[in-house]
Design a protein around this ligand. Structure first.
Ligand code: HEC
Length: 237
């Protein structure tokens, strides 16, 4: 059993030895157990709703990273095209390798933060980069978010008008209750999947669904668009 880690200056190691195995490992295991219990209890107490069932025929789904991965995705934005491998593989590998190598690179037995300026500086820099990248990602996200729309309340007349407009302008490509074209997805239950504001946004700017959207921009007036979105938002199961 090798003492990887001693708390006492050499010479007195024998009496006050604190071995990694099993002492430190035991403490780590106990702490991990408590963290796990905490996470499990939180997931029971605050049920997080799942998204809809995955639909392989839906080409318009935009997967979004969770907030704790935003920094990584932000990093990717700086490495475009063939450089992407740097952001995806090289930088994360260097960081992980540095973490694995840390005990071998930084062997001193001083425990005070001030006594290990290099690693502490590197650690602060790391945390700082993650915070800054996450912040940048959030700011860009807000800028690209669809503008909030004030939608008039839905009336029956509007829904009927929306249905008529839909059949004129949209049915050629989209399916609705078994009728329509096959260029694009079935919208018979679109109201269950997309908010009304989201549907408005798609009509205004089909590229919000996907960058390579095949959907044409249909010149509807504001009222006509509100009517179509009213009609579609009622299309639920
Ligand atoms: C030229 C064919 C075409 C026309 C016309 C068209 N769309 Fe689309 N639409 C598409 C395609 C293709 C997609 C799939 C996503 C993509 O690639 O843009 C789509 C996606 C959508 C989506 C998202 C679907 C989903 O499953 O989430 C909505 C909502 C939508 N269209 C509404 C409309 C409305 C409302 C109209 C009429 C005003 C309309 N579309 C007219 C081709 C069309």
């Amino acid at each position: 059993m090798n003492p990887i880690h001693t708390l006492q200056p050499s010479g007195r190691q024998e009496e006050l030895r604190y071995d990694f195995y099993p002492h430190h490992l035991f403490v780590e295991a106990v702490v991990s157990l408590f963290v796990l219990l905490a996470v499990v209890s939180i997931s029971f107490l605050w049920q997080v709703p799942l998204e809809d069932m995955a639909d392989p025929s839906d080409t318009s789904y935009v997967p979004r990273p969770e907030w704790y991965f935003l920094f990584l995705f932000q990093l990717l934005k700086y490495f475009e095209g063939s450089l992407a491998v740097v952001g995806i593989v090289i930088v994360p590998t260097i960081v992980l390798a540095a973490l694995v190598a840390l005990p071998f690179l930084d062997k001193g037995d001083a425990t005070g933060l001030r006594k290990r300026p290099k690693v502490v500086a590197a650690g602060i820099l790391g945390v700082f980069s993650v915070v800054v990248l996450t912040g940048l990602a959030l700011v860009e996200d807000v800028r690209h978010a669809p503008a909030k729309m004030d939608l008039p309340p839905i009336t029956e007349m509007q829904v009927a008008e929306g249905k008529r407009l839909f059949e004129t302008f949209c049915l050629q490509c989209h399916q609705m209750n078994g009728k329509g074209g096959f260029m694009a997805g079935d919208l018979s239950q679109i109201g269950a999947r997309r908010s009304r504001a989201n549907i408005e946004q798609i009509i205004l700017e089909p590229t919000t669904v996907s960058q390579t959207s095949m959907m044409s921009v249909i010149p509807l007036s504001d009222d006509e668009r509100h009517a179509v979105s009213a009609y579609l938002s009622q299309k639920k199961k």
